[in-house]
Design a protein around this ligand. Structure first.
Ligand code: ZN
Ligand code: ZN
Length: 152
């Protein structure tokens, strides 16, 4: 499993790999570390956030939205070039090819578990149908909590 997060101590991005029997999460920049007992990892998936201990995680595709947007934009641009040269079949074909590529990418991309509180992403995990996608109510609850925490 790998964990990507912002270091709680120095806020630098952290990417660390963990064996499925647990271990230690550490920041290479400042030496922050946090033990991960093996009870926290059940069937190759974390039961709570390994960074902040929050029990709420949502599953999502490990697919940077910018790549998807770029893909669609590239398709649109190429397609309008084809239109310009009076090649409607090409124009349509290009659009469809890019849409299909976008879909295929989305399907083959692995899922990650993201923490509602600290946004740590747990990748290389084995997910079941019990892992839920983003829930707006839970997200809102954590957003409110974060606002309260920031107030003195
Ligand atoms: Zn750090
Ligand atoms: Zn967290």
């Amino acid at each position: 499993m790998h964990v990507r997060c912002a270091c709680p101590a120095c806020e630098q991005p952290v990417l660390d790999h963990l064996p499925s029997e647990g271990g230690e999460l550490r920041c290479a920049q400042c030496g922050w570390q946090r033990p991960v007992p093996k009870e926290l990892i059940v069937d190759d998936a974390p039961v709570r956030c390994l960074v902040c201990d929050s029990p709420d995680l949502w599953r999502q595709k490990d697919f940077p939205q910018s790549v998807g947007v770029l893909c669609v934009a590239a398709g649109a641009i190429l397609s309008s070039i084809a239109w310009y040269y009076h090649e409607p079949v090409w124009a349509l074909g290009i659009l469809m090819a890019f849409a299909a590529a976008d879909m295929v990418l989305f399907v083959v991309m692995p899922d990650v578990l993201v923490c509602y509180r600290c946004r740590a992403r747990h990748g290389g995990v084995k997910l079941t149908h019990e892992h839920e996608t983003y829930d707006h109510e839970t997200g809102e609850r954590y957003r409110q909590e974060a606002i309260r925490m920031r107030q003195p």
